[in-house]
Structure formats: structure tokens, C-alpha cells
Design a protein around this ligand. Structure first.
Ligand SMILES: Nc1ncnc2c1ncn2[C@@H]1O[C@H](COP(=O)(O)OP(=O)(O)OP(=O)(O)O)[C@@H](O)[C@H]1O
Length: 321
């Protein structure tokens, strides 16, 4: 395994719940509640889980787009949490985000060229003809053409808009890209084109990805390792093949049972999850998954399982203690 690029330790993000005319804090949404993981240089780490489990908050907290409540995020050994703004600004070039909704993330008043040029201007990287040359280059790299620079976002299809979002993210030669549900808004046929493009770019530019999705089948193709999140914590983190072939956590097993099986000879039992995801403002005691778990034991109701290494993977489950 290569060198760590990002090391996350005990990362937490609690959002205050305010009530009344005095905006008193009456509780917290524990969106991210103690994450420990590493993203290695050159890999794609997939992050999956149901809606509201804290995936986007994790991505944004890693990039310091929101301030973590607690914990460390080290980038090449330097802790980004609490870092001076000027220092962080310099490192920001290295870490970019591709957003879920290419429609919403593009300013309708800007041309495609303006959108791609924005980060170059903010970081004073290129101006004039040099800037235009870079825009052309970036458009070509993502499979669009120089002629597209003068057009507006609304003139493009969903897949093309996502390519524009990717070109913008690439403008500053980043090392890390956090892709937050980058293909969820796209048709299935277009999804694989964008995923293939991301893979080609990874090889071409030595990129490292944190790839966020709610669906395991989306991250299967692109990820080297996959972390499964539930209510603000990672419950299992494993090599992609191991996770798909021998899932250990009951939640991973349930998510996997919903993924269509390409081999019809391999019969899979469908595990239906009981109830809905509880609110992260009031998570269950013990293992937060216990009310929905088919293997729930007495200890699971009261004792929070520790996230630890078991058989070469990381898991938080009392079944493996
Ligand atoms: N700015 C905020 N203020 C208050 N609560 C927030 C804020 N951002 C997110 N949350 C809450 O934090 C929890 C985690 O949200 P997050 O968007 O990180 O989850 P997610 O797994 O990415 O879900 P989705 O797939 O729906 O985007 C949710 O309960 C959400 O409502």
C-alpha cells in the first residue's frame, strides 16, 4: 500500500439544533460521530450509506469547507483542523470537490469558460491567453471541446455538465478529489461514462479520490476500498473485493443484498432492513444499528462497539469481539 494522503482521526461534526426566540441550543445533530480512516495516495476510497448517514458532511469536513467539532484531518502529515486561513488557502489547491448536482453547482450567469476559470483566478494561477489555453486544455481532457467555453451551463446535458464540474475541479492540478454523489443525478448509461472518465483522469493525473455514493453498485467499479457508514460512523471498511465477497457487518450484508447480482446462479438472500434510519439528533444507545439489526445481541443495546481491525479489515460490531 502506498503512503497516506489523508489521515482522519476521531472526526466529529455536530450541528446545533436551535429553538425559541433566543435561539437556544437544545441539542445536536451528530452528523459525523467519530471517524478514523486513511486515504492512501492514488487510491479510490468509496464511502457508502443511506441518506443522512453523514457522507457529505464527512467530505466537507475533510476539505475544511465546514469546521469539524472535534478530531484531526491530516493532509500529507499536516493537520488541517485549526490551520491558519492563509496556510489553508495554499493547500486548498490540492483538494477539490465534485458535487452531486451538476445543475445546482453551476452559476447560470457564467459561461463554461468562466466557470472553469474561476479557481484559476481565485488562486491567481493564470490570466489572459494563458488562462484561455488552460480552459481549452481542461475541456479537452474531460471530453468536451474548446468551442464549449463560450456557452452556458443550461445548454448542456447532465453528463456534459458533470464533465464541466470535473474540468473545474481539475483546474488547479489537485491531488485529492472528493466526489460527492457525482453520478447520482445521471442516467445509468451516462453514469458509467462519467465513472470511466474519472478513472482515466485518476491514472493520467495521479489523483486520489474519496468517492461518496448511497449505492454500493456505483462505488463497486471505481473503488479500491470501501467504507460503509451508518449514523455518523464507519461500521465496516475493507478492500472492495473482500467487502463484496465476504461482508461481515450485518448492515453491509443488508446493503449488499439489495445490489443486483450479475451472476444469476449465485442466489442471494434479500435482507430487508427493519424500520427507518433513526435521527442523528437522537441516536440509539449502544450500537446505533441495533434496532434494525437481524443479529442483535444483549450487549449491542448498551455498549458502543469499537472500530477495530479484524481479519485485515476494520469493523465496529460486537459479533466479532
Ligand atoms: N448545515 C447543517 N445543519 C444542520 N444539520 C445538518 C447540516 N448539514 C447536514 N445536516 C444533517 O446531518 C445529517 C447528515 O447529513 P449528510 O448530508 O452529511 O448525510 P449524507 O449521508 O450525505 O446524506 P445524503 O445522501 O442525503 O446527502 C443529516 O441528518 C442532515 O440533516
Amino acid at each position: 500500500m502506498s503512503q497516506p494522503l489523508i489521515e482522519v482521526t476521531n472526526l466529529k461534526k455536530y450541528f446545533p439544533i436551535k429553538k425559541g426566540i433566543f435561539s437556544r441550543t437544545v441539542g445536536h445533530v451528530k452528523a459525523v460521530d467519530g471517524l478514523d480512516f486513511t486515504i492512501f495516495k492514488g487510491e479510490t476510497l468509496g464511502l457508502v450509506g443511506e441518506s443522512g448517514c453523514g457522507k457529505s458532511t464527512t467530505g466537507r469536513a475533510i476539505l475544511q469547507l465546514i469546521d469539524p467539532t472535534e478530531g484531526e484531518v491530516k493532509y500529507e502529515g499536516r493537520n488541517l483542523v485549526g490551520m491558519k486561513t492563509t496556510e489553508l488557502h495554499k493547500l486548498r489547491k490540492d483538494m477539490q470537490m465534485v458535487f452531486q448536482d451538476p445543475y445546482a453547482s453551476l452559476d447560470p450567469r457564467l459561461t463554461v469558460g468562466d466557470i472553469i476559470a474561476e479557481p484559476l483566478e481565485i488562486h491567481k494561477i493564470a490570466q489572459g491567453s494563458e488562462k484561455n489555453r488552460r480552459i481549452d486544455e481542461l475541456l479537452n481532457v474531460v471530453g468536451l471541446s474548446s468551442a464549449h467555453a463560450k456557452r452556458y451551463g443550461h445548454e448542456f446535458s447532465g453528463g456534459q455538465r458533470q464533465r464541466i464540474g470535473i474540468a473545474r475541479a481539475l483546474a488547479l492540478n489537485p491531488k485529492l478529489i472528493v466526489a460527492d454523489e457525482p453520478v447520482s443525478a445521471l442516467d445509468v448509461s451516462i453514469q458509467s461514462q462519467v465513472i470511466n472518465l474519472l478513472q482515466d483522469l485518476q491514472e493520467q493525473f495521479d489523483l486520489t479520490y474519496l468517492f461518496i455514493a448511497h449505492d454500493l453498485s456505483v462505488v463497486k467499479h471505481i473503488s479500491n476500498r470501501i467504507g460503509v457508514m451508518y449514523l455518523g460512523r464507519i461500521v465496516e471498511l475493507a478492500d472492495k473485493t473482500e467487502l463484496f465477497d465476504t461482508p461481515m457487518h450485518p448492515y453491509t450484508k443488508a446493503l449488499l443484498s439489495a445490489v443486483p447480482n450479475p451472476n444469476p446462479l449465485m442466489k442471494k438472500e434479500r435482507i430487508v432492513l427493519r424500520g427507518d434510519v433513526p435521527s442523528p439528533a437522537n441516536p440509539p444507545a449502544g450500537c446505533t444499528f441495533h434496532p434494525r439489526c437481524t443479529d442483535c445481541m444483549e450487549i449491542c443495546r448498551t455498549v458502543k462497539p469499537i472500530f477495530k481491525k479484524v481479519n485485515g479489515r476494520y469493523i465496529a460490531c460486537h459479533l466479532y469481539e
